[in-house]
Unconditional design. Structure first.
Length: 164
């Protein structure tokens, strides 16, 4: 029996529909596969099966980071308090207290040790061949209630400049 035109057209139309549907299934399968890989990347944690599990994992991590941040802030606050009290500037001036006699040379010194508020101490040593004298004077805000020698004033001034 010879093929008639409408029958061939019907066969070709069915074949074309099947091919179109097959292509659509393949495209949809690719899209589903890509979405699954994106969801796997998006879901966090070993046992995360859905978005709620991922959000729970993120929330737990965030709370852990917040606790760590608070601990670090408290630690840094105590470090800051201790740092303000620590020696942050040291300046030494060497001199000869017995000018012209040659006794002692430049072995004498005045050294200022100051914290960031300008509080601390100035230590001076007077050296001669017969004896060594050491003096210590407190410093508050860059000044002392005791009279400072010129060398001690220079040491305190040099240390204060280091704090700027």
């Amino acid at each position: 029996m010879p093929y008639t035109w409408p029958m061939i057209l019907n066969f070709d139309l069915n074949f074309i529909i099947i091919i179109i549907l097959a292509i659509a299934i393949i495209v949809l399968a690719i899209i589903v596969f890509q979405l699954q890989t994106k969801i796997k990347k998006f879901l966090i944690g070993k046992d995360a099966l859905n978005l709620a599990d991922s959000l729970s994992s993120v929330d737990t991590s965030l709370k852990s980071f917040e606790a760590s941040r608070k601990e670090i802030e408290q630690y840094l606050a105590t470090v800051e308090k201790r740092l303000k009290k620590s020696v942050q500037a040291v300046h030494t001036v060497r001199f000869n207290p017995f000018k012209g006699t040659g006794s002692g040379g430049n072995q004498s010194f005045a050294t200022a040790f100051l914290n960031e508020l300008g509080d601390g101490v100035v230590v001076s040593s007077l050296y001669s061949r017969e004896y060594v004298s050491i003096f210590s004077k407190p410093v508050k805000g860059g000044a002392s209630e005791y009279e400072l020698s010129e060398e001690e004033k220079e040491a305190v001034k040099g240390a204060m400049e280091m704090l700027k």
